[in-house]
Design a binder for this molecule. Structure first.
Ligand code: IMP
Ligand code: MG
Length: 206
């Protein structure tokens, strides 16, 4: 008797959340696929650069998980970790076209190999602005590694040396990417099928 009451209460509490989760999020790239691709990218980077320091610049906030996995997959011990805040999106899904630096580097990059680590390239507006800014600081080399690329959405062309996955024109979340600051902690890259209203609370993570 006690057991069946417990099971009913448990199902009553769990099912609505499972249904909500299933209707909102569709896995596009699984955590296992991401991990495998990050290892491959790291091996390419490792062999492309001569021995010595590489300054990896993580573009906050979306690339922080990609950055953490990428640096741990690199073998050399002379990786320099830097962070830069750039904002081009508000809480919406379309770019405003306005880019601003919200947090600058701690280090001078002049004369060093620099690799920008980005979560996703969409219109290309953010990265074409950022590469112009960083070129003015005279690095020895400047290249871009992005986890995701949406080529169909490009407005401004950018040269990208390392691409994790090319994806269709869909808004994705997870593995660091957000929608109005939600979903960053999903282990997979997911498509939001039916946009929830963030102010109504969190959709449970898968
Ligand atoms: P871009 O300037 O249009 O290339 O936009 C780049 C930035 O927009 C990325 O660094 C992300 O922060 C954000 N962004 C673009 N597409 C998505 C998406 O599908 N999900 C989450 N963020 C996105
Ligand atoms: Mg970003």
């Amino acid at each position: 008797m006690f057991e069946s009451v417990f099971i009913c209460v448990h199902l009553w509490q769990t099912l609505p959340w499972l249904n909500m989760s299933a209707s909102h999020l569709r896995v596009l790239i699984s955590s296992a696929e991401i991990q495998a691709r990050v290892q491959t990218l790291a091996a390419q980077i490792e062999s492309d650069y001569p021995d010595g320091p590489i300054y990896l610049i993580s573009i906050l906030k979306g690339s922080f998980i990609f950055m953490a996995d990428l640096v741990r997959a690199l073998k050399r011990h002379t990786i320099r970790v830097e962070f830069m805040g750039i904002s081009s999106y508000g809480s919406e899904k379309t770019t405003s076209g306005q880019v601003k630096v919200t947090r600058d580097l701690d280090a001078a990059i002049e004369g060093h190999h620099v690799l920008i680590v980005e979560d996703i390239i969409d219109s290309g507006v953010t990265l074409s602005y950022l590469t112009r800014v960083l070129h003015q600081r005279r690095p020895k080399s400047l290249a871009i590694a992005t986890l995701l690329d949406k080529p169909d959405r490009r407005i401004q062309q950018v040269e990208v040396k390392y691409i994790g996955f090319q994806i269709p024109d869909e808004f994705v979340v997870g593995y660091g990417l957000d929608f109005a600051e939600d979903y960053r902690n999903l282990p997979d890259i997911c498509v939001i099928e039916d946009t929830p209203t963030p102010s109504l609370g969190h959709t449970p993570h898968q």
